[in-house]
Design a protein around this ligand. Sequence first.
Ligand code: AMP
Length: 399
Amino acid sequence: MKILVLNCGSSSLKYQLIDMEKEDVVTKGTYERIGQDNSFVTIKQNGEKTRLEHPVANHDLALKFVMEELLTGEKYGVIQDLNEIDAVGHRLVHGGEKFSSSVLITDEVIEQIKECIPLAPLHNPACLLGIEACKKQMKDMPMVAVFDTAFHQTMPKENYIYPLPYEYYEKYKIRKYGFHGTSHKFVSKRVAEVMNQKIEDLKIVTCHLGQGASLCAVDGGKSVNTSMGLTPLGGIAMCARCGDMDPSIVGYLMDTLGKTKEEVNSILNKESGVLGISGISPDFRDVEAAKAEGNERAALAIDFYNHTVAEYIARYAVSMQGIDVIVFTAGIGENQINIRKGICEKLQFMGVEIDENINNCRGEEVEISTSNSKIKVYVIPTDEELMIARDTKEIVENR
Ligand code: AMP
């Protein structure tokens, strides 16, 4: 069975063709700057990376190019015919309270996804473009929607309600939803496999630390708490996003600096977090390099980040009444050795102890805690596309 996984952003389209027999990636690529006259696609297959300049006006044309040239074409094609694809899995950012698991896409589901647009005005319309483009190019192809929010629908109410007038939840669905669910689900399942234990018996804190970052308390395989909120701006401070802070700051910025709502939104999403404190870069590699050269704000930004992540981990000991294992994943979690070390050092009081030699690695699936550590610590590379493909396979086979 071959599954095509699509992940559409407002100007991008990522695709991956996965052969489910051995879960091999047959080919993958990313179309960028769709709608601009310098759009291009980068493809990766057989260990080689190729960049093709091919301007396209919209997602429809981008997908058409992917299908005609990159999947079935003479030069780059990997299959003879699109009929060799058995199903398409779409990544959807927001499923609101409507979707607590992945679903087969029907016209009714599309309408329900549209109803979630106010909750993700930038992301959901882009995902819908991908679904519509696919419907046009591959008629009658079974398609599955996999939501970033779905995994967190198991949270108990006290962990997702905001302390606002209750009617805002009832009428407008203002509550914590959480994101990165596909990644939290993937790494929590995987760590249980690696530990050779039943996930039902484990209390896991998964730390998805990338450009966007969130933590999740996974108790017995179910999300019971997570750091992101109504939108992916909440929770821990991120590379350039502020995360949680005193909500009065928004009004203060608007009143005292005369900023508009859009300007404040942009500051909180693009100029804050580690970039904001350090003033250097949203990329931890640059900030760590500056810290090594004695830059005090770089050191402050890193300390702040590590402290916040450690605090959230400790919070989740309350949510789950204990922690058995902490998992680091995504760009920073998998690759930033000093960040993992810095976070774990702040958790020594809970009995967390890591082996610095083993921790000295990037992108590997490995246990980094010592045998004395009271809480196990693992690095587990995430694979959201594979998780989407697995959900798609299961739903299509059981329909
Ligand atoms: P993500 O959004 O998961 O791609 O994560 C992006 C962040 O991960 C970047 O800002 C970097 O700080 C970090 N990162 C990604 N790759 C590496 C690497 N090879 N070495 C160190 N840090 C990395």
